[in-house]
Design a protein around this ligand. Structure first.
Ligand code: ATP
Length: 358
């Protein structure tokens, strides 16, 4: 894998921790679009901080304000009120040359790739440098470096229109990296891709973050993308951030209904109604287990140690932020005092236990 530049090599996540380089801060940001007499409040009082070198995910349904949020970071939109600080600089206060210079420190990738289809891959990637006035030879040399980094050297002479969706997104990523940005913005970059290609692009984004300490702000409507890519997540609804926290904590303890809905798309949290109809409410529990909790002999301990019957209705396991998260839905039956004791026993042994909603 080719090294991107000496500047990027020297910039580690740790080295950035105390500085504003790669930091994004939203300070009470609102954005209202006005068309004639119609007004749309796309963002309302957004307060967020994206730490340097982190991967921060923003999830929400269509119209929640995600694209507007990301467009404020590279100055494509200006806040109606509040401030967006990028590398410590109030981006909304810049214009002209100052804004263009700030924009060079931010790369962006898009759902529809935004490539020039009839232009060769190498020249698509070199385009931002050519717009900066860099010579064609130097821009092409640099483009070849980043194409090597994203694994697409072999396609440098192809026309962009000849590539698959996954290859196009790699070109989009190479173009976004060509100026060595401190920050990479991703607006639904995997939404047009199949699951396998999505995984490859997510792996590429993670390797960019890991090797160069690039801050990545990703907006998406897919909780799978958040699970596999992000460290932190903010959930948006109607222009507001309704919940934020670490991805693992958000999966384990969603606090709002909308977050629970998103979590459910990855970790189903209930049972089919027809199954529920056959089960009484008592002793019907959903358990969450993390890491070592997953491998303990929980069910046999319940049966042999507490003398209750256990019916296993559902079990699954997934990886979140390098932690193993297991889920079980069980029905415990027996004398009331034993069922109560079983619940107390489980509460000691698993990270979360709740009654299954009927
Ligand atoms: N340029 C604009 N002019 C007027 N209204 C706009 C403009 N851009 C966005 N909006 C409105 O702002 C709200 C938020 O839009 P935004 O595109 O940020 O949401 P989103 O979460 O990215 O949705 P999607 O995933 O569908 O793109 C929507 O009601 C949208 O119609």
């Amino acid at each position: 894998m080719v090294q991107l530049s000496s500047r990027q090599q020297s910039v580690s996540t740790q080295a950035r921790a105390g500085s504003d380089e790669g930091r994004i801060v939203f300070e009470g940001v609102s954005k209202t679009f006005t068309r004639g007499v119609a007004q749309t409040a796309a963002l309302r009082g957004v307060q967020l901080e994206v730490a340097p070198g982190s991967i921060f995910g923003v999830i929400g349904y269509s119209g929640a304000g995600k694209s507007t949020l990301i467009r404020l970071v590279n100055g494509l939109e200006k806040p109606t009120s509040g401030r967006v600080l990028v590398d410590g600089i109030d981006i909304g206060a810049l214009s002209g040359r100052g804004l263009r210079d700030a924009q060079k420190r931010t790369g962006m990738i898009f759902q529809q790739f935004n490539l020039l289809e009839t232009v060769r891959v190498r020249d698509n990637v070199a385009m931002p440098l050519r717009l900066d006035g860099i010579s064609q030879a130097a821009a092409r040399t640099r483009a070849d470096e980043v194409l090597d980094f994203v694994g697409l050297s072999a396609k440098a002479d192809s026309f962009a229109g000849e590539l698959s969706g996954g290859q196009k997104q790699r070109v989009g990523i190479a173009r976004a990296l060509v100026r060595n940005p401190r920050i990479l913005l991703s607006d639904e970059a995997t939404s047009a891709l199949d699951p396998t290609t999505t995984t490859q692009i997510i792996d590429l984004l993670r390797s960019i973050n890991r090797e160069y300490g690039t801050t990545i702000l990703v907006v998406t409507h897919e909780m799978d993308v958040i699970k596999d890519l992000a460290d932190e997540v903010a959930v948006m609804a109607d222009g507001e951030v309704v919940e934020q926290g670490s991805v693992l904590d958000t999966f384990l303890h969603p606090r709002t209904a909308i977050t629970r809905d998103f979590v459910t798309t990855v970790v189903p949290q209930g049972l089919p109604d027809r199954v529920l109809a056959h089960l009484g409410g008592e002793g019907l529990w959903r358990l969450l287990l993390v890491d070592d909790e997953v491998t303990q002999p929980l069910i046999s301990d319940l049966i042999t140690g507490l003398g209750v019957s256990v019916n296993m209705l559902h079990a699954d396991m997934t990886e979140i932020q390098e932690h193993t998260v297991g889920q079980m839905i069980i029905k415990v039956t027996g004398p009331a005092e034993k069922v109560t004791a079983a619940r107390a026993f489980l509460a000691e042994r698993v990270v979360h236990i709740e009654e299954v909603a009927q």
